[in-house]
Write a new protein. Structure first.
Ligand SMILES: Cc1ncc(COP(=O)(O)O)c(C=O)c1O
Length: 358
């Protein structure tokens, strides 16, 4: 069988497909020790909450209603209104329903956005997506229709005490030429757990504005949910930002629900593409989580259950690794957390300070 250029590009080996295949094997093979790879942990309190929400949905008939109807191509209206209200109230952003579109997971949103804002243009120009700080999320690299679609910059590396280090954007080397159509960062990033500082984000925002291109911030692990951020980094959005969020890292990867918060022109474009490719995004995730977006439980769960859970895991992993590999050439990227851990370590893995009085 002969495949088109599209077919050839999308049927060759892709890192993200391999990773998802590995995850599936890890989850379905007994006695495998799953080390994550992006699949959210089974947090008992979160599962109990979702179980109770699902039962409620069955009882009141909303599950059937969601399954038996299409939503619009932008996503469930009531859900988009609830998200706009939540983001305005929690973060003070001037966000209305015209700024939000739903997709089948944020992975789908990246595909739309990378190809909407970069690639071949009608007048013959070609634009690329710039990742100002590598290493970046493995899921981006294969999501382009054209070859040679991405360019990435090496970071500067700051050595910290206690074998820790942190990546920073190398602004001295960062070149944003006229063939860049989009700047993209994940904050926090997977797999290093790096969180770009507020200053780095503001500088990237300035550069993007100056160049007349958007800044995409992949907020899959960020604020206000699931808020798996241990630094005091501030959430960021303005009228030149495309913020991609997700229900996955809350504990719901199976519902495949991504959320894009962006200027209305981008949302209209996403809605159009969504109609063509999906008819409508899936309605189960929005139906299940509408109450928690409306009553704010999503924020409480994130702050009081999800973030502390991952913070404790990160802390434990660093402590075990440092104990097991006490070599000067062994380094770990700093888990980006402030010291509310009360860990009592002489040298805290998060702050590298004495934490015995915490
Ligand atoms: C940094 C990052 N962004 C986005 C995603 C995609 O999430 P989803 O498509 O489930 O919303 C992942 C998944 O692992 C991720 O690690």
């Amino acid at each position: 069988m002969e495949f088109s250029a599209f077919g050839q590009k999308f049927t060759r080996h892709a890192g993200i497909t391999q990773l998802m295949d590995d995850l599936n094997q890890g989850l379905t093979t007994p006695n495998t020790i799953m080390l994550g790879g992006g699949n959210p942990a089974a947090i008992p309190e979160v599962l109990a909450y979702l179980d109770q929400q699902s039962q409620q949905l069955v009882k009141n008939g909303d599950l059937l209603k969601a399954m038996a109807n299409y939503d619009g191509p932008q996503g469930k209206d009531a859900y988009i209104r609830a998200l706009a209200k939540l983001l305005s109230q929690e973060l003070g952003w001037p966000v209305g329903p015209e700024h939000i579109a739903l997709t089948n997971g944020s992975q789908t949103a990246f595909f739309y956005l990378f190809n909407l804002l970069a690639g071949d243009f009608a007048d013959g120009r070609k634009k690329k997506v710039l990742f100002p700080l590598a290493p970046e999320y493995i899921g981006y690299g294969d999501g382009a229709l054209s070859e040679d679609h991405f360019v990435a910059c090496k970071p500067t590396i700051t050595r910290l005490d206690n074998g820790l280090f942190k990546y920073h954007v190398d602004f001295d080397q960062l070149e944003v030429s006229d063939d860049i159509g989009l700047i993209c960062v994940s904050r926090p990033t997977n797999p290093t757990g790096n969180v770009l500082t507020d200053e780095e984000i503001m500088r990237l925002d300035d550069i993007a504005r100056e160049k007349g291109i958007p800044l995409l911030i992949d907020n899959a692990y960020g604020m206000p949910f699931p808020n798996i951020i241990f630094t005091d980094a501030k959430p960021f959005w303005n009228d030149n930002t495309i913020l991609c969020m997700s229900l996955s890292k809350l504990g719901l990867p199976g519902v495949r629900c991504g959320i894009v918060v962006a200027p209305p022109a981008i949302i209209q474009a996403m809605t159009n593409i969504s109609g063509i490719i999906n008819l409508a995004p899936g309605s189960m995730g929005p139906a299940l989580t509408l109450p928690m977006m409306e009553n704010g439980d999503v924020i409480t769960l994130s702050n009081e259950v999800i973030r502390p859970f991952y913070q404790a895991k990160a802390q434990q992993a660093v402590a075990w690794l440092q104990q097991a590999i006490p070599l000067p050439q062994f380094h770990i990227h700093k888990p980006e957390a402030h010291c509310s851990c009360g860990c009592g370590s002489k040298i805290c893995p998060f702050t590298a300070r004495n934490c015995t009085s915490a």
